[in-house]
Design a protein around this ligand. Structure first.
Ligand SMILES: *[C@@H]1O[C@H](CO)[C@@H](O)[C@H](O)[C@H]1NC(C)=O
Ligand SMILES: *[C@@H]1O[C@H](CO)[C@@H](O)[C@H](O)[C@H]1NC(C)=O
Length: 895
């Protein structure tokens, strides 16, 4: 067969007319049998075993991930993300290859040096494999190479000087290896270079001054190496830099003044180095600056007032340096500032009130400085502070009762100051407080306010080392999330309330309070026999009180036990009836019910609906606001029954209103909405009835399907699901209904894989802004909640667009909205948004099993990714309307 090909190529040189004749004659015999890269492709397939390849044997140009030129030579070979292993050397026989992507597989061994002979290669991506050894010097022959990515392998040695010949290189990435040596000077001479990422290696030496003086460098990421020397001025000479990441090295010297000439620089991250000197005033010229992080250095001087001119600044982290002086009040002009972190410096003065007036401020960390004012009373008049960290300063005065206005706070740390007065009961209003409340090491006195018991999300409470007195209020048993407590070294008296988190604590959490007794302390409250010396000093009144309260506890426990026993008895007898009479006599007390849709009326039996929800085997899923059951009617019809969770009694009280709303929603006839068919109310439970959807939820389709790749939904299916959801939401918005809980778990799929937006009635029934129900937490499911909800607590149409954008990202990436792999505090949205910062292309974000199938799919997915990014814009006003989203996605489909 091989000889045929050779003959054929010889004949090409024969005069044209002769060739034409040969073509006609040979058409039937030759064309079907041999193509230029056939032997190679077969051999590659035999070696690597690419699933799906070779099915249409000779037609390798149609194999997945292959693009051929018009004369059937392979130009693009994309095998990314296919769980492949084996020897890839043979690929070097595809001499016309321009694009080779082997990223994200299990290829191992040394990188084949013969790849250096692929003279046409423009794009080479071997990242995220297990290649070992050094970077082949033969790569220097790839004169046309524009992009080289060798990141995340196990490569050692230096960056070879032979690569200096790659003058076309625009994108050069070698991060996440074990490379050592230094960054070669010639990298700076690559005039087309835009991206250079070599982070997470063992590179030492200095950053070459030439880097950035010739090239078009936009992104430089060298974090986590052993680089020393200073940050070269040259980096900023051309002024093109947009992202600069040099964190976690051993850099010394100062931050160059010239940095101010890069007005496109949006991210400067130079933390965890040994930088000295002050921040150059020129920083005020960097109008694009959004992120400035220089923590853990030896920087000094004052915080320059010029930062106030960087109007886009959202994060300023100067922690753990030697800054002195006050925080310039002008920083209050930074209306986009979300985080100001200046802990561990020598700053003093008052808490900057101008900054507290900033509406977007989310985190203020002034801890471990010398701030010496008082806590301002108008602390939270405007801001949406979630983190207020003022520990280890010299703050004086009382904790203002206005602290109760800081209702968004998650973490409040005021420890180790000189605060006086009592703990204001208003702290009980900080219902969102979760991470910690630390008031330790102050001069607080008086009793603990029982209102603390309302902090039912708080995990850590520390009031140790004050002069607090009185009993520990038993109301603290309301702190249902408590794990860590410290009441030590105060003047507390009386028994420690019987509350599991208390008794499970170390006794050191209660020690240093001479008149405190009971578990976990060794001094018991009611029995003086086995006690230490100091019990003798306890007055009779305390002993009496202790005994009294012990008795009271005993009596109330006894009553509870009695009640419990009675109830159990009743329940048992009820069960007995149920068993004896099967289901006929134990009818649930149905107080109301209706079916709105005429042709379902005869087929639905209310009793059967209610009973279906008693069986756990019928349970399908459990969402934020409801649990869903499958209910088979005696008529054979199957229903989805949604039991509203922890429904406030108000719903039942507003029954008529609720019924009107449901009927209205029942009339909303749209292909992509799950409208209610009817409802049943029994006792204080409300059940909503829907049609049963046989294909489960979008969540199940995307994330619970991994074992059966053949059921993995393809891109056209996904796109039409995305458009369907958008249509459903756009319709809802057009009738002024805002959805409360958009998530892939609330999108159901009918037998034709057509999506239906579910839980729309929840929006009407539990609308918090109307006060028809109390939702203490922000509405929605984790990962889908728009960032602004945390501040506004207001459910809006742009908020819905954001949640929709998250679903679209889920569809595009097949990732969950929240995954550990995204890193601390990051969700799917942040992970996608920060891809450029990590030096990743959009292609690396998309589900490669789909995006590599064809160029058409890839193109559509990239266009849809753009839509998703618009939908998830941090600024609500910048998000498109749902109607616009449909238009954009339709366009994606048609192109
Ligand atoms: C094989 O070829 C047929 C028709 O040419 C096509 O429909 C099919 O998708 C191909 N299969 C693969 C795996 O390429
Ligand atoms: C509270 O703050 C003090 C001082 O900053 C610290 O030592 C202590 O560990 C903190 N308490 C908790 C529970 O973290």
């Amino acid at each position: 067969m091989c000889s045929f090909q050779r003959e054929n190529t010889k004949f090409v040189k024969i005069p044209r007319f002769f060739f034409s004749i040969l073509l006609i004659v040979g058409f039937l015999t030759i064309v079907r049998s041999e193509l230029p890269d056939q032997t190679t492709m077969f051999a590659i397939n035999e070696e690597i075993g690419v699933p799906g390849w070779g099915v249409n044997s000779s037609d390798y140009c149609n194999w997945r991930g292959i693009v051929c030129s018009s004369n059937q030579t392979v130009e693009v070979l994309d095998l990314s993300s296919r769980w492949l292993r084996g020897n890839v050397t043979l690929i070097s026989d595809l001499k016309a290859l321009k694009w080779l992507d082997l990223s994200n597989n299990y290829f191992s061994g040394p990188i084949p040096t013969v790849f250096g002979s692929l003279a046409e290669l423009e794009f080479l991506d071997l990242s995220t494999n297990k290649f070992v050894g050094s970077i082949p010097i033969e790569f220097g022959k790839l004169q046309n190479l524009k992009a080289l990515n060798l990141s995340y392998n196990i490569l050692v040695g230096g960056i070879p000087d032979e690569l200096a010949a790659l003058v076309e290189l625009q994108d050069f990435q070698v991060s996440g290896n074990k490379l050592n040596g230094s960054i070669p000077k010639w990298v700076g001479n690559l005039t087309n270079l835009r991206v250079f990422a070599a982070y997470e290696n063992d590179l030492g030496g200095e950053i070459p001054d030439s880097l950035g003086s010739v090239s078009e460098l936009k992104l430089l990421n060298l974090h986590s190496n052993s680089l020393d020397g200073s940050i070269p001025e040259g980096l900023f000479a051309k002024g093109k830099l947009e992202f600069l990441v040099l964190t976690q090295n051993r850099l010394t010297g100062t931050i160059p003044e010239l940095i101010g000439s890069c007005d496109n620089l949006s991210s400067i991250r130079v933390g965890n180095n040994n930088l000295i000197g002050s921040i150059p005033k020129s920083v005020g010229n960097i109008t694009s600056l959004t992120y400035f992080e220089a923590n853990n250095n030896n920087l000094s001087g004052e915080i320059v007032v010029e930062f106030a001119r960087c109007s886009n600044l959202t994060l300023l982290n100067l922690a753990s340096n030697g800054f002195t002086g006050i925080i310039p009040p002008e920083l209050g002009q930074l209306s986009n500032l979300q985080e100001l972190i200046v802990s561990e410096n020598s700053l003093f003065g008052d808490i900057p009130e101008s900054i507290l007036r900033n509406r977007n401020l989310n985190k203020l960390d002034l801890s471990n400085n010398k701030f010496n004012g008082t806590i301002p009373a108008d602390l939270c008049n405007t801001s949406r502070l979630q983190f207020l960290l003022l520990s280890q300063n010299s703050m004086r005065g009382e904790i203002p009762h206005e602290i109760g206005n800081c209702v968004k706070l998650l973490d409040l740390q005021l420890a180790t100051n000189y605060l006086t007065g009592t703990i204001p009961p208003d702290i009980g209003r900080l219902k969102n407080l979760q991470i910690s409340l630390n008031l330790s090491f102050n001069h607080l006195h008086g009793p603990l306010p029982p209102e603390l018991g309302k902090l039912d999300k708080l995990v850590s409470l520390d009031v140790s080392n004050n002069r607090l007195s009185g009993a520990i209020p038993s109301a603290l048993k309301g702190m249902l999330s408590l794990i860590e407590v410290n009441f030590s070294n105060n003047l507390f008296t009386g028994p420690i309330p019987a509350f599991v988190p208390f008794q499970k604590s170390l006794n050191s959490s209660f020690s240093g309070n001479k008149a405190l007794c009971g578990q976990p302390l060794s001094s018991s409250c009611d029995n003086g026999d086995d006690q230490d010396n100091y019990t003798h000093k306890i007055s009779y009144r305390i002993v009496l009180a202790v005994i009294g309260s012990g008795l009271a506890v005993f009596i109330s426990v006894a009553v509870v036990v009695l009640l419990f026993m009675m109830r159990e008895k009743q329940e048992n007898s009820a069960k007995d009836i149920g068993i004896v009479d099967d289901s006929a006599t134990s009818k649930p007390l149905i107080t109301a019910g209706n079916i709105f849709v005429e042709n379902f009326r005869q087929a639905i039996d209310f009793d059967a609906v209610v009973k279906a929800t008693f069986k756990d085997t019928n349970k399908l899923s459990s969402g934020t606001f409801s649990t869903v059951y499958k209910a088979t009617m005696p008529s054979g019809i199957i229903l989805l029954v949604r039991s509203l969770k922890s429904v406030d009694k108000t719903i039942i009280h507003h029954q008529n209103k609720m019924i009107r709303e449901l009927e209205r929603l029942g009339r909303l006839n749209h292909d992509h909405l799950m409208r209610p068919l009817g409802f049943v109310i029994y006792e204080d439970v409300a059940l909503l009835l829907h049609e049963y959807m046989s294909n489960g939820t979008l969540f199940q389709l995307l994330h619970e399907n991994t074992k059966k790749p053949e059921y993995e939904p393809d891109w056209p299916t996904r796109l039409s699901i995305a458009i369907g959801i958008a249509e459903g939401l756009a319709f809802l918005h057009s009738v002024a209904v805002i959805h409360l809980d958009i998530s892939s778990g609330n999108i159901l799929l009918d037998a034709n894989m057509s999506p239906r937006v579910a839980e729309i009635e929840i929006s009407k029934l539990l609308d918090p802004s109307r006060g028809t129900a109390s939702i203490s937490a922000v509405a929605g499911s984790f990962g889908y909640i728009p960032p602004e909800y945390a501040y506004t607590m207001q459910v809006t149409a742009p908020g819905n667009v954001y949640s929709y954008g998250v679903i679209l990202l889920e569809i595009l990436t097949t990732h969950l909205p929240v995954e550990e792999a995204f890193g601390e505090g990051a969700d799917l949205v942040k992970w996608v948004q920060s891809a450029p910062m990590r030096g990743e292309t959009p292609e690396q974000i998309l589900d490669a099993r789909l995006s590599t199938v064809s160029f058409a799919w890839r193109k559509e997915m990239l266009a849809a990714l753009k839509v998703a990014l618009q939908c998830t814009d941090t600024t609500p006003a910048k998000r498109p309307k749902m109607k616009k989203v449909i238009e954009m996605l339709q366009e994606v489909k048609e192109k």
